[in-house]
Design a protein around this ligand. Structure first.
Ligand code: AMP
Ligand code: ZN
Length: 455
């Protein structure tokens, strides 16, 4: 069964044919580590994780690369404003490097809580500055870049395909006003963008370069790191839809300008998570983190399940009620019993499996796949597709009839003994230990009762 994916480049759903049979190279723009990831960012990473898992389910070995932006991302994607890292460091009164590690670790924890598989390569921008410098030298040599007093710019007028990904109306942009087209007197064209900033003595992160000390622009890191690990041409590049008109457009210009070869074959973009009618965003401070959801009693996997119930190319409006419904829905999934499987017949199972896979392979129509899985109600089928869904179904399914693990049974015994001896402190301590180990604890007529917490 062929996997089909919507390619932003062609604006159509295409068969996925990898460059190297059996392998799938993918690059995903990662976090700027100046603050906690919000659940909108995390929606995009969940989508990318589902893509990676789907590729593997279809027999491809993924080579998944994700960057950590720890320098050079200014407040506006069009080279305006302050470096987000420096602003974050000032806000918290810490060193920029410390800030970067703190939020990188927090991000890795969030990824783990959401069962997002670790990409094969996670690479930090600050550790790839020499690769960026090399790429900029190449662009200068080939006439795609020029130097001004304090910045090396990419010359977008030299790259005839500049408008291709976003289908930009360049004439409109030239004439328009505001945001991206603000005229900078040193720039030759309004779309030109910074490759390297020079003569910024106040910037905390600086490197030597052939043009003097300075720091890289944001876009160059993704061109440099993706091509370093995946080659000049690779299969899939992902990110949020906001990246289409600027960041990814600039990545194509840089990479194809430098190599003269096509950069990416399939561009995939995830849609927004909305809150109210607005995009969730750090800059407008309407954001929620995974920890904020946990404080309200929600499991990270309930949020993952909520994300899976919307197609990645549709906006998803977040509400607490929707999350509550997802948590209830996931409890039901965990409660599907392995005995009494309605698909015990082998050919019925194979047909159902093919139907679910057809949905998922149709541009990741996971919501439809989940609808089918709910309809079939087969524990085995849920568990098989859990390698795409990532909901820990086998581990968390209710284990009512199963014997308790011996160490848990021992804790229960000790608690019963403590209660008999009226050693209330000890009994409370053991109760807490059982809770910490993931059990719900009750007091029945025959003593302590425990049940594995489903979620
Ligand atoms: P950032 O850390 O701001 O560079 O963003 C990391 C990723 O999250 C990018 O791929 C963005 O496109 C994506 N993103 C940002 N805001 C949202 C949102 N509200 N919904 C979905 N994805 C988002
Ligand atoms: Zn990027």
């Amino acid at each position: 069964m062929t996997l089909r994916l919507y390619n932003t480049l062609s604006r159509s759903v295409e068969d996925f044919v990898p460059l190297v049979p059996g392998r799938a190279g993918m690059y995903c723009c990662g976090p700027t580590v100046y603050n906690y990831a919000h659940i909108g960012n995390l929606r995009t990473y969940v989508f990318e994780d589902v893509l990676r898992r789907t590729l593997r389910f279809n027999g491809y070995v993924p080579m998944h690369v994700m960057n950590i932006t720890d320098v050079g991302h200014l407040e506006s994607d069009a080279d305006e404003g302050e470096d987000k890292m420096e602003k974050g460091a000032r806000r918290e009164g810490v060193d920029v490097w410390e800030l970067a590690r703190k939020y990188e670790n927090a991000w890795l924890l969030d990824m783990g809580r959401l069962n997002i598989e670790r990409p094969e390569i996670i690479c930090r921008a600050t550790e790839h500055v020499p690769d960026m410098i090399q790429l900029i030298e190449r662009l200068l040599e080939r006439g795609y870049a020029y130097a001004t007093e304090d910045t090396i710019y990419y010359d977008t007028s030299k790259f005839s395909d500049y408008a291709k990904l976003a289908r930009l109306d360049l004439r409109g942009l030239q004439a328009g006003a505001g945001g991206r087209v603000q005229l900078n007197t040193e720039k030759r064209h309004p779309n030109d963008f910074a490759l390297w900033f020079l003569k910024r003595p106040r910037h905390l992160m600086q490197w030597d370069s052939p043009w003097g000390r300075g720091y890289p622009g944001w876009h160059i890191e993704c061109s440099a790191m993706s091509m370093k690990y995946l080659g000049p041409t690779f299969d899939i590049h992902c990110g949020g839809v906001d990246h289409i008109p600027v960041h990814h457009t600039n990545e194509i210009a840089q990479s194809e300008g430098a190599t003269g070869q096509p950069f990416v074959r399939y561009w995939l973009h995830g849609e927004w998570l909305l809150i109210g009618s607005e995009k969730m965003s750090k800059s407008i401070e309407n954001f929620l983190t995974l920890s904020a959801l946990a404080e309200r009693g929600f499991d990270a996997l309930a949020y993952r399940y909520l994300c899976l119930q919307a197609h990645y190319r549709s906006e998803l409006r977040f509400t607490m009620d929707a999350l509550e419904a997802a948590q209830q829905g996931l409890r039901k999934v965990y409660a599907v019993r392995p005995d009494r499987d309605p698909l015990s017949d082998a050919s019925a199972y194979a047909d159902a499996r093919a139907e679910v896979l057809a949905a998922i392979n149709d541009d990741l129509n996971v919501p439809q796949g989940i609808g089918l899985l709910n309809r079939y109600g087969s524990h085995r089928l849920w568990c098989e597709f859990d390698s795409v869904l990532g909901l820990s179904i086998a581990e968390r399914a209710e284990q009512k009839d199963e014997a308790l693990p011996s160490d848990i049974a021992a804790l229960v015994e000790r608690r019963n003994a403590a209660r008999k001896a009226r050693a209330w402190d000890e009994s409370d301590r053991l109760r807490q230990e059982l809770i910490d180990r993931g059990y719900e604890v009750g007091d029945g007529p025959n003593g302590t009762t425990v049940r594995r917490r489903p979620i």
